[in-house]
Design a protein around this ligand. Structure first.
Ligand SMILES: [Mg+2]
Length: 491
């Protein structure tokens, strides 16, 4: 079984066994959270720079296959002259644990911070750190981890970091045993411990057996030789949320979820089969002047001869009948707006079930003001990818623009998850007190990461076969998401 799935099961078991009591996941740092290959690479390349040599110019992180304590082997493989190896090693050892090096070169394994965030968000749950690094590195360790964790809203506190009271490599196994004991003495049910060193896991095995604690081996690069991994240890090298989070029910309840682009019959059926409250429809007129659900304009994607449309009035009725909520993406100017406003009033939607979205150049000030006047408590939103460079480069100017937009009646700003400034924009918007929606999340992993940042809402295709959610997508550029038939399930 996937190690993250095993971890999720173990977490639930401990919760059922000790309801309401504090639980803790304990993690090692180096080789477990931090991918040490980047540090090795960067310190070696700084040697080249200093000495004018070129041994490591072409080195890639994936070329670093040795533990950070064993770089002599790497130098040999790279054909660094024997006469120079000890100088390189000296350089490396002198610099690798300097504060600047730690702050500049440490990189996390992909997915590890989202996993930690997940546990930090769970009730009565903490994540403790247990490291062989000496105490003298306490401050810089916290500083670097918290800087790296910041974009994921991960924060580590001083009290939950246990380090080596002595010098490097002083009986790491004993330090880990004593550290776990300390967390337990503080009243935590330590349900799992992650480490990349087999010798550490071996030393912890008796404790794990006694307490039901799960051991996880981060199968990255480790120093201790081919000792055996204790029985029952879960093993993997891919962190992630996809296997950790089983369904929508486990998500933070305050983040509104929206099924994106329910513009065809199949997608509508999939939406109704889910528990998702909000359905988004793209509303535009066809050449006959009828109001239909279609993502693309007819200029971008001409109509197919046999194209079948969902008619707007019908979907509004269906959504109301099923007691769901509707997000109306206005793909046209005044004509579309007139019609949409009329129909939703006729149908009798309450304000808490209504959400309007429009591009500013389509809906314009006048349109937004009309929506707000008629629906004082509905969500009114516009996407703001066009504003991202300004938010990054001239935030005060960007803020003025946002204030203008809120004066039109806009209450929520929509941020493209795949935009390279998405995290930065989200942080700024939230710090200014604005509501944020994320859209364009490509898959379940990204969707979960977005939800765990706790924005006001996330709009997604729900193309999550892992959850038996088979959203088709909005039909952007005439495409629908296709699924391979799951033969196992059909049995
Ligand atoms: Mg380690």
């Amino acid at each position: 079984m996937n190690w993250m799935k095993t971890l999720a099961d173990c977490f639930l078991e401990v919760g059922a066994q000790y309801p309401g009591e504090p639980r803790m996941l304990v993690s090692d740092i180096d080789g477990t959270i931090i991918d040490m290959r980047y540090l090795v690479l960067s310190v070696l390349q700084s040697y080249d720079e200093e000495r004018g040599t070129a041994y490591f110019t072409r080195l890639r992180p994936s070329d670093v296959t040795v533990h950070e304590n064993q770089i002599e082997q790497l130098l040999e493989r790279l054909a660094v002259p024997a006469s120079e190896r000890s100088a390189v090693v000296d350089w490396y050892l002198e610099r690798r644990w300097e504060e600047d090096t730690i702050l500049a070169t440490h990189r996390p394994f992909p997915g590890v911070f989202p996993m930690i965030r997940w546990f930090q968000l769970q009730p009565n749950t903490s994540v403790g750190l247990l490291s062989g690094r000496p105490e003298k590195l306490r401050e810089v360790t916290l500083q670097s981890l918290n800087r790296l964790g910041d974009t994921h809203r991960v924060h580590f506190s001083d009290e939950l970091l246990i380090m080596n009271p002595g010098e490097w490599d002083k009986d790491v196994e004993a330090i880990k045993i004593a550290g776990l004991q300390r967390f337990q003495d503080q009243g935590y049910h330590v349900f799992a411990m992650i480490d990349n060193e087999p010798s550490v896991l071996e030393a912890l095995a008796p404790m794990a057996e006694g307490t039901g604690m799960l051991l996880l081996h981060a199968d990255t690069i480790f120093e201790s030789g081919p000792t055996s991994i204790p029985r029952g240890t879960a093993r993997g090298n891919n962190y992630g949320l996809t296997d950790l989070v089983a369904s929508e029910e486990a998500l933070p309840p305050n983040v509104q979820l929206v099924w994106h682009g329910v513009n065809d019959e199949d997608n509508l059926r999939q939406f109704f089969a889910s528990d998702v409250l909000w359905a988004e429809f793209d509303i535009r007129q066809n050449s006959a002047g009828e109001f239909i659900c279609r993502h693309d304009s007819f200029e971008v994607t001409p109509a197919l001869p046999d194209e079948v449309w969902l008619y707007f009035e019908r979907v509004v009725r269906e959504i109301f009948k099923h007691n769901r909520a509707i997000k109306l993406d206005l793909k046209g100017g005044n004509d579309v707006l007139d019609h949409v406003l009329e129909i939703v009033i006729d149908e009798g939607f309450t304000e808490d079930r209504l959400w309007f979205n429009g591009d500013i150049e389509t809906t314009r000030e006048e349109g937004f003001r009309r929506i707000r006047a008629e629906h004082p408590d509905a969500i009114v939103q516009c996407p703001i990818a066009w504003l991202s460079p300004l938010i990054a480069a001239a935030p005060a100017e960007a803020r003025k623009t946002l204030e203008m937009l809120t004066s039109w009646g806009i209450s929520r700003f929509s941020v493209d998850w795949e935009h390279h400034l998405a995290h930065e924009m989200f942080d700024e918007l939230v710090s200014w007190g604005y509501e944020v929606n994320f859209y364009s999340v490509p898959d379940l992993e990204a969707f979960l990461q977005a939800v765990l940042l706790l924005p006001s809402s996330v709009t997604s295709d729900f193309n999550f076969p892992q959850w038996h959610r088979y959203g088709h997508g909005s039909g952007k550029e005439g495409r629908r998401i296709a699924y391979a038939i799951d033969t196992e399930e059909k049995g």
